[in-house]
Design a protein around this ligand. Sequence first.
Ligand code: DC
Length: 224
Amino acid sequence: MKIAVAIDGPAAAGKSTVAKKVAEIKGYTYIDTGAMYRAFTWYCLQKGVDCQDEKACCDLIPEVNIELRPDRVVLCNGIDVSKPIRESLVSSNVSYIASYKDIRLFLVEQQRKMAEKDSVIMDGRDIGTYVLPNAEVKIYQIASVETRAIRRYEENIGKGMECTLEEIEEDVRRRDYIDSHRDFAPLKPAPDSVLLDTSFMNVDEVVAAVIEIIDKKLAEKENA
Ligand code: DC
């Protein structure tokens, strides 16, 4: 059966780590929508455009082509941007880009197309509420700000990126605020989502919990 799994939640809640593993186990296609907003942000910065200037950023839409390859490489106009989109300059500007309606509409159209073909697990902020409102499974994954900041800090240090815990925590708080207060498709749980607080869970426990939720929903569907 073809299904869609939506995982939403605040920054650094571990959504992508979990979604990737669940995708591998269940044979679904993983779609990292945050990477698309990050790639657009990277392009604006490359062009020297101020990310707080909505019109200037939206004017770039016709020249941006973002591709998520099956091997998880992110391409922007054919350039591999998988690494630079994780750097702090992109992280600190991406929430502005993600608040612009025209850019969202442009990227959401592509996200919906990707979900037409195969079973997908898509993570982001508005997947269950806006991108795929009919997703069979919707999970809202959260963790405390402190836990999320430590997880992201350790991840960055592991990748050899320079950062401080304070910097990361400040960025996470700021992004949470902007993502949940924007006018169009803000971060919020879908009413039919399952809340998963991962503050005191390790990755394997979260993966197992997500798979249990998926299997339960699938069984309900089959019996309906
Ligand atoms: O998940 P992430 O940290 O890579 O996402 C980067 C930013 O993109 C995040 O601050 C919010 C935004 N985003 C969004 O608004 N909607 C999505 N579906 C995915 C990400």
